[in-house]
Design a protein around this ligand. Structure first.
Ligand code: MLT
Ligand code: ZN
Length: 467
């Protein structure tokens, strides 16, 4: 094995191939602590050419590789075994070009998402992908997992934000697909095969990203409603009042808001009582727009008159906007104060969300009456994190032992409403069974054929996405 590591060191340099156990921990630790991960080492190539040479070298030695960005994925997509090599892209962290006129940015795969957002802002532009891990996740990982986040409603998923990619294939060849064109209608679009493939078809080393005008005007409101149906009524009227400029329409349950207010030091109850559901709504415009603001106010007043809305606050300043947005971030963190939590990332057609919610609440009540639903999510996209928190008197591990059964209850209901068992977090190793359960034999056959075409010897992130 030391001969193998020496071979890698000859490619990337001595300092950039690590095998010391204590140094590996950061790369094998898994976000949710659900899986034991280990590896034979981590290699940090410093260029596309080095990635290519590493892959060729590994292919020649039959060594399986696990490509890795910021290691912030939630589905175990970068979990490795002691026989596998992690290929971490963090040294590929250069913003290559910002093109103001083309409104594109060319980046290497290891760029941290927040740095990309900053670079776009410095050019007066916006890269709209925004999610909790943005301070440490890398764009290569975002692309490989087709990450979602809170701005999908207006700008789409990562898939919609990527014009081109550069990929190193399983045999070391480089596919130079750094397309900067808005229109390029030339047959099969390989880019879309690699996006969301979680490193199972190739290693993404660079990308061309779409940029947008920076929203200099932002209207953030927090709204209390009685039912999810009322929230959807409100969404329809806010879309229309804002001329479809709704960037985020995020749902939070009473339980999640109460928990954040109780446990997160910076949180206060935004109203003088709690409501069954909350909406965080964000409307963006290129410039501050008083007329837009007054149309939003009118829509909210009308919704209050029509008993759709129970209470609402519109932020008066940037700092108040930031405070309201922090509530949405904090409910995720606050969950852990209630103990173990079984997570979901489902999507259903937006109009089916109320029925999905009713059915899912009922199913949990029937299965484990003391368990506590803790739903929140991207209502504007029909994407719900219908998470379940442990009964207060149950042992955490005993509760987590019900993970699979509770997942099945919730996923079956999403499926019943023609929904998805994984809306934005991907598959990794966590949802392999669901792939087999909910996808047709025809689709699975095609997916397996694609995998074996791109990676015939199964050396790229084996065992992820598809078995
Ligand atoms: C979110 O929407 O906050 C995240 O996708 C939730 C999560 O990480 O479970
Ligand atoms: Zn989410």
């Amino acid at each position: 094995m030391s001969e193998f590591i020496n071979g890698l060191r000859a490619i990337v340099g001595d300092r950039h191939a690590v095998t010391r156990k204590d140094a590996l921990k950061r790369f094998t630790e898994e976000l949710r602590g659900r899986y034991q991960s280990d590896c034979m080492g981590v290699v940090f190539p410093g260029s596309t050419e080095e990635v290519s040479r590493v892959i060729r070298f590994c292919a020649a030695h039959g060594m399986a590789m696990v490509p890795q960005g910021g290691n912030t994925g939630a589905m175990g997509g970068t979990v490795s075994t002691p026989e596998q090599l992690i290929v971490n892209l963090q040294r590929l962290d250069r913003i290559v070009e910002v093109d103001r006129v083309n409104q594109t940015m060319t980046v290497q795969a290891g760029c941290i998402l927040a740095n990309i957002q900053e670079a776009a802002k410095d050019a007066g532009l916006l890269f709209p992908l925004s999610l909790g891990a943005q301070g440490s996740c890398q764009i290569g990982g975002n692309i490989a997992t087709n990450a979602g986040g809170i701005n999908v409603l207006q700008y789409g998923n990562t898939r919609d934000l990527v014009l081109g990619i550069e990929v190193v294939l399983a045999d070391g060849r480089v596919w130079q697909g750094l397309n900067r064109l808005r229109k390029n209608n030339t047959g099969y679009d390989l880019r879309h095969l690699f996006i969301g493939s979680e490193g199972t078809l190739g290693i993404i080393t660079a990308a061309v990203l779409k940029l947008f005008p920076y929203p200099g005007g932002r209207i953030v409101s927090l709204i209390g409603v009685e039912t999810v149906s009322a929230a959807l009524e409100l969404m329809v009227s806010m879309k229309s009042a804002s001329s479809d400029r709704l960037t985020s329409f995020e749902l939070m349950s009473q339980r999640s808001v109460e928990t954040a207010v109780t446990h997160m030091a910076q949180q206060r109850n935004p109203f003088d009582r709690f409501y069954p559901w909350y909406i965080l709504a964000v409307v963006d415009s290129t410039e501050p727009d008083p007329q837009l603001r007054s149309r939003i106010e009118t829509a909210l007043e009308q919704a209050w008159t029509d008993s759709i809305v129970r209470d609402a606050v519109i932020a008066e300043s940037e700092s108040q906007s930031a405070r309201l947005m922090l509530l949405r971030e904090d409910i995720v963190e606050a969950q852990k104060f209630l103990g173990g939590s079984i997570k979901h990332d489902v999507a259903v057609p937006i109009s089916c969300v109320p029925d999905f919610m009713d059915s899912a609440y009922r199913a949990i009540r029937d299965y484990m009456p003391e368990a506590i639903p803790y739903p929140y999510g991207h209502l504007g996209d029909g994407n719900l994190h219908f998470n379940i928190t442990q009964p207060p008197n149950m042992d955490r591990e005993v509760f987590l032992g019900h993970w699979k059964t509770i997942n099945t209850l919730v996923h079956d209901i999403a499926h019943h409403y023609h929904g998805s068992f994984s809306a934005e977090h991907g598959i990794g190793i966590t949802k392999l069974d669901e792939m087999e359960k909910y996808k047709s034999e025809t689709e699975l056959d095609l997916l397996r054929d694609i995998k074996s075409l791109f990676d015939p010897h199964g050396i790229l992130n084996p065992g992820k996405v598809i078995r």
